[in-house]
Design a protein around this ligand. Structure first.
Ligand code: B1M
Length: 210
């Protein structure tokens, strides 16, 4: 079994005690951090999601898999950082109201930060007023980034986008993403951009603030 397969199995089965060692071993073997992340951990979470849909695993198993992935990402953090030093401006990020998923949002935050953005991370289950108040307190913020993982929280993303876009603050760009979000939905809610993944979110944020 390849190291990537071992990592994927560890995430799938929530083996949080061995994940750090496996990721370190993979790095020592010279496997690219992005490959460890995408082919090892993110793919494993997709498998967990599919098993959940088939009633083969339940919320506790999803939670344990998520914890395992988080520990793995901790090891990758420094390697994923590009080490850029230019300051590109402030970015406010959060997962919208009603939604507790944060792994994807954390990856976007990590990669924005490593690309040179100063990231203000509001966490998960963030009401629209929190985004708005944070933007008011940081009127120089260049990007507001919203994440949603549930179809049931897409309306909260829409409401947050409306609250931000209808505010008197105009100097920021709004970007959105998350598994159920599409380019079309992004346009519907008036976002300035959409990305399907964390790396794309950085490209987008840089383009919008250039
Ligand atoms: Co939940 N969950 N979950 N879950 N969960 C999903 C999302 C689901 C697809 C599983 C399934 O049924 N197949 C499903 C949603 C179905 C739907 O709405 N269509 C689901 C459900 C139903 C639920 C509950 C309702 C289950 C229940 O209670 N009955 C519940 C809801 C709780 C809530 O939020 N209110 C729930 C709970 C949970 C846990 C708490 C147990 C746990 C989350 C723990 C945590 O995040 N700390 C969990 C998990 C782990 C998952 C799956 C298995 C994995 C999510 C994940 O972390 N993926 C997920 C299945 C799946 O996604 N395949 C599932 C890895 C992560 C890197 O990917 O977050 O997609 P992702 O991020 C990607 C992109 O989306 C993008 O970049 C990242 C990659 O580079 N991205 C952005 C994300 N945000 C972005 C923002 C951007 C740009 C890109 O710009 C701003």
């Amino acid at each position: 079994m390849s190291k990537i397969q071992e990592i994927a199995l560890a995430v799938e089965n929530g083996k949080s005690k061995i994940i750090e060692g496996l990721v370190q071993e993979a790095l020592a073997e010279g496997i690219e951090p992005q490959k460890i992340l995408n082919e090892g951990m993110i793919n494993a979470m997709t498998v967990v999601g599919e098993k959940f849909q088939r009633d083969e695993v339940f919320v506790p198993e999803m939670l344990i898999a998520a914890r395992t992935m988080k520990r793995g990402v901790e090891v990758l953090k420094l390697k994923l950082a590009t080490g850029e030093t230019t300051m590109l401006g402030k970015c406010i990020i959060g997962t919208v109201h009603g939604d507790l998923h944060d792994i994807g949002k954390n990856l976007v935050a990590l990669m924005l930060e490593s690309a040179g953005f100063e990231v203000i991370d509001l966490g998960v289950d963030v009401p629209s007023e929190n985004f708005l108040n944070t933007l008011k307190a940081n009127p120089d913020a260049k990007i507001v980034a919203l994440s949603a993982l549930l179809t049931t929280t897409m309306p909260a993303m829409k409401d947050t986008a409306a609250a931000l876009k209808n505010s008197e603050l105009k100097g920021f760009k709004l970007i959105v993403g998350g598994a159920p979000i599409t380019e079309q939905f992004a346009q519907e809610v008036g976002a300035d951009g959409y990305s399907a993944d964390a790396a794309g979110a950085v490209v987008l944020a840089k383009k919008l603030t250039a």
